[in-house]
Write a protein of this length. Structure first.
Length: 76
C-alpha cells in the first residue's frame, strides 16, 4: 500500500511540474519582429529533444528505483 501512495504522489508531482514548465516560456517574441541581439531562437533537432527527454526520464526512473523500490523487503 505504501508503494501505491508514494508512486501516486510522485506521479502527481511530475504532472504538476510538467504542467507549470510548459505554460511558462522564458521569453517569447513575435515571429514577425526582428531578432534582437539578446536572445536568438535556435531550433533543436527532434532526435536531440527526444534523446534529452528520454535521458531525463531514465534518470528520474533510476532515482525512483534506487530510493523507493530497491530497499530490502524486511525493512518495511
Amino acid at each position: 500500500m505504501r508503494h501505491r501512495s508514494t508512486l501516486f504522489s510522485s506521479f502527481i508531482g511530475l504532472l504538476l511540474v510538467l504542467g507549470l514548465a510548459t505554460g511558462t516560456p522564458a521569453q517569447m517574441s513575435p515571429h514577425n519582429s526582428p531578432p534582437t541581439a539578446d536572445f536568438q531562437h535556435i531550433e533543436q533537432p527532434l532526435w536531440l529533444k527526444a534523446l534529452v527527454t528520454g535521458g531525463g526520464l531514465g534518470l528520474i526512473g533510476l532515482e525512483l528505483w534506487w530510493f523507493v523500490f530497491s530497499q530490502p523487503k524486511g525493512n518495511r
